[in-house]
Design a protein around this ligand. Structure first.
Ligand code: ASP
Length: 333
């Protein structure tokens, strides 16, 4: 019999291994601060044995909103090293859903591999009536074990749906179908018949073709996000500059419009060498490099949500401050 794919399972915390006070504790469980013991989450899915030879890799377990950039770098290095040394055929990372899309996109940009890396989470804790985590985990293992997942960049699997790390975002606070790719759609499904089916492939550069490499990365520069709203006066832009931001992602209204006062503050920031990336607070659709944006030396975020534009800008700033070079990154990744 052919050997099963070897999958390394990193548990980084989140709802998927959280334990609440009772079966209907579906909202406050993370305040109880209790988690399953090592091996227990996997133990809830004995069917995994038919899919892959799974080894749990210890990592710190936190709520995902408590993770720091240093955690991402350490996780990325551990994953890259494991895959490069041929100790695993693929990786599954269990992660809190709050910032799952940020970790996924960071790994998508910085881990040079064609082997599958799949992030998985859950919307209901392990102790819930009808937890979604165990089946999500099985689906994630099926995707990571599938030859069809090779070369497709970092993937996110929840609710039977396979998403690209670049496109996916959390869209609802409590619904199990929270992850969506807005106007781009999912890549495929880990479906009810146990099959993994892809319908699309990511077109932008990622993982094996990326120019970034987590194993060579030092600290990431400070980049802040400023969200625009009617009447915003630019004080938050000035505060970001005062705090030492090297870049600012402006999450403008509509197709990417900060208020006039914010625009003046962002122009002052650019004059001091801070790189400005213009994105939108809408969360879907492209922000284009208009003549005005180009003339101010700003960069357009394309259709990246502001928090993913921030990650790409942080990585870009490790290489260059030139707006045209940075724009190239937003056009290619
Ligand atoms: N509520 C979050 C989750 O769904 C908690 C976290 O992001 O850690 O996993």
């Amino acid at each position: 019999m052919a050997r099963l794919p070897r999958i390394a399972l990193f548990l980084t915390g989140g709802t998927i291994d959280s334990v609440g006070s009772d079966r209907l504790d579906l909202a406050w469980y993370n305040e109880a601060g209790q988690r399953l013991a090592p091996g227990e989450l996997l133990g809830m899915v004995p069917e995994a044995e038919q899919v892959a030879a799974v080894t749990e890799v210890p990592f710190r377990r936190l709520s995902s909103h408590a993770l720091q950039p240093a955690d991402l770098i350490e996780l990325g290095r551990a994953v890259a090293q494991l895959l490069a040394s041929d100790a695993a055929d693929g990786v599954v990372i269990a992660h809190g859903t709050n910032t799952l899309e940020e970790t996924a996109y960071f790994l998508h940009l910085t881990v040079r591999t064609a082997r599958p890396i799949v992030l998985v989470g859950a919307m209901r804790p392990a102790s819930a009536l009808s937890p979604d985590g165990p089946l999500n985990l099985l689906r994630a293992l099926q995707v990571a074990a599938s030859p069809a997942a090779h070369g497709r960049g970092v993937l996110v699997v929840l609710n039977d749906t396979i998403h690209s790390a670049r496109d996916v975002t959390k869209t609802a606070t409590y619904r199990v179908q929270t992850f969506a790719d807005r106007d781009l759609g999912p890549l495929g499904y880990a479906d009810a018949d146990g099959r993994v089916v892809f319908y699309h492939s990511p077109m932008r550069r990622h993982t094996a073709q990326s120019e970034f490499d987590v194993t060579a990365l030092g600290d990431l520069p400070r980049v802040d996000i400023v969200l625009s709203y009617l009447g915003a006066d630019g004080a938050l832009v000035d505060a970001a500059v005062a705090a030492g931001a090297q870049g600012i992602v402006s999450a403008g209204t509509g197709a990417g419009r900060p208020t006039p006062a914010e625009e003046a503050a962002l122009t002052r920031a650019s004059a001091r060498g801070v790189v400005v990336v213009q994105s939108s607070r809408v969360g879907s659709g492209r922000v284009v490099r208009s003549p005005g944006v180009r003339q101010r030396g700003w960069v357009a975020a394309d259709n990246l949500v502001p928090w993913k534009a921030r990650l790409l800008l942080q990585l870009g700033l490790t290489r260059t401050r030139d707006p045209d070079q940075l724009q190239r990154l937003f056009d290619e990744y």
